[in-house]
Structure formats: structure tokens, C-alpha cells
Design a protein around this ligand. Structure first.
Ligand code: SAH
Length: 342
């Protein structure tokens, strides 16, 4: 069985021609999957039954099943636990902002990056998601909430640049005018810093916002929190980031998770500022979400504010991430972890 939702329009045309069908059928089917967001071939009412049956024998539409859904009473944030055809589960979060509805999607079932503070990586990576499965999270959530999703962040489970081919295919399809037509400007991609892939991405002209999970200003500390830093240390990462801003003209958002007594001192704020000096960037400070079996705690409110205002005083824009869905908040990855341990 093949995931039909991962095929581009031209691939679908070739498939239909191979089946002895007319080329225009492909556009109809593509539109059912990527605009009408149908979940079965039987919903494709302008496609004859024979062809629908034939498609159903070799292909499936990869929208996930909703296993759990938590809705915040405070701000309407929705957290989904989704399951794919083979039983693999991922999380997605739908957030309501003034400018529209944004969804945070997963790119892998689990993750191999091993960041110490992150729940998604504790069980390792089960597998990469296909482009259709990344799209499917948006489609299912949009069908479920009945409103148009206008923004996408690739910041759920998994490392998007460790699943590069599928993620690039996803980016092409989600911005396609024959699909959801979400422009790159409304898409963010977050990476722990796979340097060669940052260079590759910069050549692809997606106009998206790149978020880089930095979290520490020195190699010693960053390597102790994020194993990827041993392979691609901070200097190499900064070179890639500078090159990214130069090639794309887009600013980078640096994610910095504040952990009490670990990375939140004034000296560390100073070091961070010297790293980022002169770069087209923004710093997004995130009070760490404590996870099971981790000794990391959130920084005090005053240290967070002091850290932020120090960075701003050096002319670098910095915000503290507003917390949505506080009442349903299990740090990213925890819902799946609990469900796998059930
Ligand atoms: N692999 C990608 C994207 C997924 S993680 C990356 O590393 O960027 C999305 C963001 O959440 C990253 O910035 C990550 O470092 C951060 N994060 C993970 N666990 C967290 C926790 N317990 N508290 C706060 N932020 C966390």
C-alpha cells in the first residue's frame, strides 16, 4: 500500500496515466485530498466507483486517527495525540492567535537527537513521517476544528532536518496553490542545528522562518545538553546561520530554553549576545517545561526578565514565549510517552 497523500500533482498524473486513466483525473483527486481534505476515496463523488475501488486497492490517504484530544479551557489550545496506520503516534498542537490559527506538527515519530530536557527523544526514533503524514496532521486538525489553519510550525516531535527529503516535499505541497496554499512566510521550521542541512535549506528559497534551538552560549554547556553539538559545535552553527540570513534575507529566531542555575546567568546572557552580535535575528526565551526524570527546573521570574532585558539592552530583540494551553500542558512529547508506556 502506498500513501497517495505524499504524491505531488505531477507524480499523481503519471500514476493515473499508468493506470490507463485520463490525466485530468489526477487534478480532481489531488484537489479532493489536499483542498477538500477527504479521508476516504468514497468521498470523491466525481470519480467513478471503479476507479475509487482500484485506487483503494493500492493506495491509502494518510490522515491520522485522533487517539486523545485535550482542549484548554483558558485559551482554546488543542493538543492532539494522533495515530498513523502502523500504530505510530505523534502529537500536534493547535493554537489560536489574533492573526489566525497555527498548528505545531511533528516530523518524526520520536527523535534520535537526545536533547537532555526533551521528552520526545526519550524513546528514540521509531521512524520518519512521510510528507503526507505531516500534511495529514494539519488536515485532520482542520477537519476537526472546522476552521482554516493559516500558520504551521515544524516544532513538534522529531528533528525536521533529520527527515530532510520528506520535509522538503511537505513544504512544497503545503505551499502549493492546488493545496492549502500556506505561504512560506507563515511557516516556521525549528532545528537543533544540523549544519549541512541548514546550508541546503537556504538554497531552496522557501521564505520560511528558521528557528534554531541554541539553549546555551558555550560548547561545553551546549554539548552537555544537546549531543548534536559534539558533531556541529557553536562556531559551525553560527557560520551556517549567518550564511542562511545572507542567502535568504530572513532573520533567524534563536530558541533559548531557560533552566534554573544552568544557562540563565548574566555572564551567559553576555556570552549569548557576543555570539549573536550583528546577526539578523531574534531571541525567543522559553521557560523550560520540566519533564519526568529530569532535574531541570524553570528559571525564576526575575532571572527570566533580567536575561531578556539584558539581551534587549544590547540591541537584540528578545521575547519570552507566551504560554498557551497551560491547563493541558504536558511538555511536548509527554502525551506520547505516557501512551507508549501505558
Ligand atoms: N528538533 C527540533 C524541533 C522540535 S523541538 C529542534 O530541536 O528545534 C521544539 C523546541 O522545543 C526546541 O526549541 C526544543 O529545544 C524545545 N524543547 C524541547 N523540550 C523542551 C522542554 N522540556 N522545555 C522547553 N522547551 C523544550
Amino acid at each position: 500500500m502506498t500513501d497517495i497523500s505524499s504524491l505531488s500533482l505531477s507524480e499523481l498524473e503519471a500514476t493515473l496515466l499508468d493506470m490507463g486513466e485520463k490525466k485530468f483525473r489526477a487534478k480532481q483527486i489531488y484537489s479532493w485530498i489536499h483542498k477538500s481534505l477527504v479521508e476516504s476515496f468514497d468521498e470523491m463523488t466525481n470519480i467513478n466507483k471503479d476507479l475509487r475501488n482500484k485506487l483503494g486497492e493500492s493506495y491509502y490517504i494518510s490522515q491520522p486517527k485522533i487517539i486523545k484530544k485535550l482542549v484548554s479551557k483558558i485559551d482554546g489550545t488543542v493538543k492532539y495525540l494522533f495515530e498513523f496506520f502502523d500504530g505510530n503516534r505523534v502529537e500536534s498542537v493547535l493554537m489560536r492567535y489574533k492573526y489566525g490559527i497555527s498548528i505545531c506538527v511533528s516530523t518524526q515519530a520520536g527523535c534520535n537527537m537526545g536533547c537532555k530536557f526533551c521528552a520526545s527523544t526519550k524513546l528514540g526514533k521509531a521512524r520518519d513521517l512521510t510528507a503526507g503524514e505531516i500534511l495529514g496532521q494539519i488536515y485532520k486538525a482542520q477537519n476537526d476544528c472546522g476552521e482554516r489553519i493559516s500558520h504551521v510550525v515544524l516544532m513538534g516531535m522529531g528533528e525536521p532536518l533529520d527527515n530532510f527529503e520528506n520535509v522538503v516535499r511537505f513544504l512544497n505541497m503545503v505551499s502549493d496553490s492546488d493545496g492549502l496554499n500556506i505561504s512560506g512566510r507563515n511557516i516556521s521550521l525549528s532545528t537543533c542545528g544540523i549544519v549541512p542541512k541548514i546550508f541546503e535549506l537556504s538554497e531552496l528559497d522557501f521564505k520560511l522562518t528558521l528557528s534554531v534551538s541554541l539553549h546555551a552560549p558555550t560548547d561545553e554547556l551546549r554539548s552537555s545538553m544537546m549531543p548534536i553539538n559534539k558533531k556541529y559545535p557553536i562556531s559551525a552553527l553560527m557560520d551556517a546561520c549567518r550564511s542562511y540570513t545572507k542567502t535568504t534575507g530572513r532573520r533567524i529566531s534563536f530558541e533559548y530554553t531557560l533552566i534554573k542555575g544552568v544557562n540563565d546567568s548574566k555572564e551567559q546572557a553576555e556570552k549569548l549576545c557576543s555570539l549573536l552580535k550583528g546577526m539578523l535575528c531574534h531571541v525567543n526565551l522559553i521557560p523550560v517545561n520540566s519533564i519526568k526524570d529530569s532535574e531541570y527546573e524553570k528559571s525564576e521570574k526575575q532571572s527570566i526578565e533580567a536575561f531578556r532585558s539584558y539581551i534587549e539592552s544590547k540591541g537584540i530583540s528578545a521575547t519570552v514565549r507566551r504560554k498557551l494551553g497551560d491547563d493541558i500542558n504536558a511538555a511536548c512529547g509527554q502525551l506520547r510517552r505516557e501512551s507508549v508506556n501505558e
